[in-house]
Design a protein around this ligand. Structure first.
Ligand SMILES: Cc1cc2nc3c(=O)[nH]c(=O)nc-3n(C[C@H](O)[C@H](O)[C@H](O)COP(=O)(O)OP(=O)(O)OC[C@H]3O[C@@H](n4cnc5c(N)ncnc54)[C@H](O)[C@@H]3O)c2cc1C
Length: 304
């Protein structure tokens, strides 16, 4: 017997909330691009609920905008913005090139045309998350009454602590402060996938910071996925602050990262392999930046 499904298409976030309020938690789910949900339903990992609340028509969640908040310039990326649009949008290509790189490496173009940035983050497994973490991204949620703001990092940590129990809030947009590019700045994104094309990554790493011509590292932000949740490597960041690059510093950074990065073995890679891979990727990015600086280089983004 084919079970009847009801598909709701609210025009605004309040309407989406009201629909959800009339249903039990197991009777509905929000759908953005539906690409992740489909894999879960098809693999039998999740049951398709009887009500699907599509968020695709909510205009305010489909836009990339620049805005001012307390005198600071920010980019707001609506949760319904597709990965394909992130790759094309001029504000993102100008200020967030590692995000462009991360999106470009997700799945095939046909998936990227419908998969959204909000869905990518909400799964907690999305490849874009480390990029947002190193930019201290804030998530803005509609809670039924108002928009509330939460740091992405805080949301991930709380979610893990409560056993990944979600609430009903709707992710409206993701906000990042704009930093004007300058010479000593560096950014990077790297992804290591499995052998098959278009499968989920094993690990992704992202970083940004500054390195002057003497090789002194400042304001470095590092993050990696591949563990239970993607996380910042705050201790490593702190230990690198104001240190001058040398082969010894890179060796120390390697140990710091392998100690701090939390992961676990899975059917495709052991814990030790993933730790070594994350440390290697980050240290080689710092090394390349150091080498580039000696030759008078600047901002770079390296592909995997
Ligand atoms: C062949 C294939 C390859 C893939 N490869 C990759 C890859 O390499 N890297 C990668 O990161 N991902 C990959 N994915 C997974 C997926 O396509 C992406 O993560 C995508 O960005 C998810 O977005 P979506 O809009 O399709 O999310 P959906 O499937 O619509 O939703 C995902 C989850 O988020 C919830 N949700 C969505 N929007 C909101 C919102 N605004 N508020 C609250 N909850 C919300 C949904 O209820 C659901 O639980 C792949 C998928 C496929 C099918």
């Amino acid at each position: 017997m084919i079970a009847t499904k009801k598909i709701w298409r609210p025009n605004n976030v309040k309407e989406a909330w009201q629909i959800q309020q009339t249903l039990q938690p197991n009777e509905y789910c929000y759908v953005s691009g539906g690409t992740w949900l489909r894999t879960q339903w098809e693999a039998g990992l999740k049951k398709m609920p009887s009500n699907l609340i599509s968020l695709e028509l909510i205009q305010e969640m489909n836009e990339v905008r620049e805005r001012l908040s307390y005198g600071k310039r920010e980019i707001s990326i609506g949760s319904q913005v597709t990965l394909a649009n992130c790759i094309r949008h001029s504000l993102i290509t100008k200020h967030l090139s590692p995000l462009v790189e991360a999106c470009r490496q997700i799945a095939a173009p046909s998936i990227r045309n419908v998969a959204t940035i909000g869905g990518n983050i909400y799964t907690t497994a999305g490849d874009t998350i480390p990029v947002f973490l190193v930019h201290n991204a804030k998530l803005r949620w509609f809670n039924g009454e108002e928009i509330e703001t939460q740091l992405l990092e805080e949301w991930l940590i709380k979610l893990q602590a409560n056993g990944f129990q979600r609430d009903q809030r709707i992710l409206v947009d993701i906000v990042i402060e704009i930093e004007e590019p300058f010479n000593e700045q560096f950014t990077f994104f790297q992804k290591v996938g499995r052998r098959e094309t278009f499968t989920a990554s094993l690990i992704t790493v992202a970083g940004r910071g500054r390195m002057n011509h003497q090789g002194e590292v400042q304001d470095v932000f590092l993050a990696a996925s591949g563990g239970p949740i993607p996380l910042r490597l705050s201790n490593t960041e702190m230990e690198l602050q104001n240190k001058v690059c040398s082969m010894q510093l890179f060796q120390e950074a390697f140990s710091l990262i392998t100690n701090e990065y939390e992961t676990a073995s899975d059917p495709f890679a052991s814990e030790g392999y993933k730790k070594t891979m994350v440390a290697n990727l980050i240290v080689s990015e710092l090394f390349e930046q150091w080498e580039g600086n000696k030759e008078g280089g600047g901002t770079n983004v390296v592909r995997s």
